[in-house]
Design a protein around this ligand. Sequence first.
Ligand SMILES: *Cc1c(COP(=O)(O)O)cnc(C)c1O
Length: 379
Amino acid sequence: MKFATKAIHAGQEPDPTTGAVMTPIYQTSTYWQKSPGEHKGYEYSRGTNPTRTALEGCLAALENARYGLAFSSGMGATDAVMKLLRPGDEVITGDDLYGGSYRMFTKIFANYGIKFHFINLSDPETIRQYINGNTKQVWIETPTNPTMQIVDIEHIARIAKEHGLLLTVDNTFASPYLQNPIDLGADIVMHSVTKYLGGHSDVVMGALMLNDEELYAKLRFIYNACGATPGPMDSFLVLRGIKTLHLRMKAHCDNGRKIAGFLKGHPKVGKLYWPGFEDHPNHAVAKRQMRDFGGMISFTLKDAALEDTFAVASKFRVFSLAESLGGVESLVNHPVTMTHASIPKEVREKAGVADNLLRLSVGVEDIEDLLADLEAALG
Ligand SMILES: *Cc1c(COP(=O)(O)O)cnc(C)c1O
């Protein structure tokens, strides 16, 4: 099946008891057993729930994976992957990570004796210098947040394979519509489903998609044992959201391209980050591994201090000043005080997250209204 058909149908069958075409919200924590141990495949909803099972089938199909696991948040999904590690193990990851991932690695897992190397991954060969006998995992994000660097997934996957390292790609920014890391050699794809997959800013959820059966069994064990699994109502909302993923993503990309074009050369704009520009340092890699360039754009305000940046951020009327991304509505975010506040100043400035940086999640509204709003805010 092709993408749109999978988005609408994968994992979902008419309900066996009633014929309901839409997957019902199985709002139950437990399931009747005919005699002890004799049940219909469901025992307790922390481990399995039919609405979630349908969603997990759909999530797996979208990433061309055999297995999908839904978690109660993106961080819950990340946590499960890190729990595969033991004290003394080492992880190589990027220096421009989602703030919450950086916080979890440095403030939680570092306390359990796990060592993280945060490095610039624009040249994948760099990771070889950090691989040693203790290295177990590589964790990457592409495009990165918020400076939209592109990491060559296929190249990193080749090095990871050579050394027997588990490679996870946080594919939140691209969504499965634009990029499928498993097809490029990654072992696990992680999503903050909260973003493009959910698509309507009304659910917090995460997911892992993967092919290896043994790894799936380990992660499913952690999922049930540690319990960060989503409820049936949220699973239903995401199944519903995914049905328009392909339509929304096309609109995000079209509006994103127009806004990137508008910002390029605007007198108030300093640095501009969007992988669709031919002069983006990894444009060629982006073109190869992505189907389009998405609706995430970051830029700095030329010669603006923190107060000036706040003033511009507060002037938007169609874009909402808010954290998060990937919903149908356009958002503007100030990474330094919002999404990236948990990253120390020196670390974040090294990665280009400056006081005068703004990040746009371009929604699917009429482009004329978005451009007029930007023009007014920048003016
Ligand atoms: C939001 C986000 C996360 C965390 O997901 P939650 O659903 O908020 O827990 C992880 N990675 C990226 C790139 C994100 O944007």
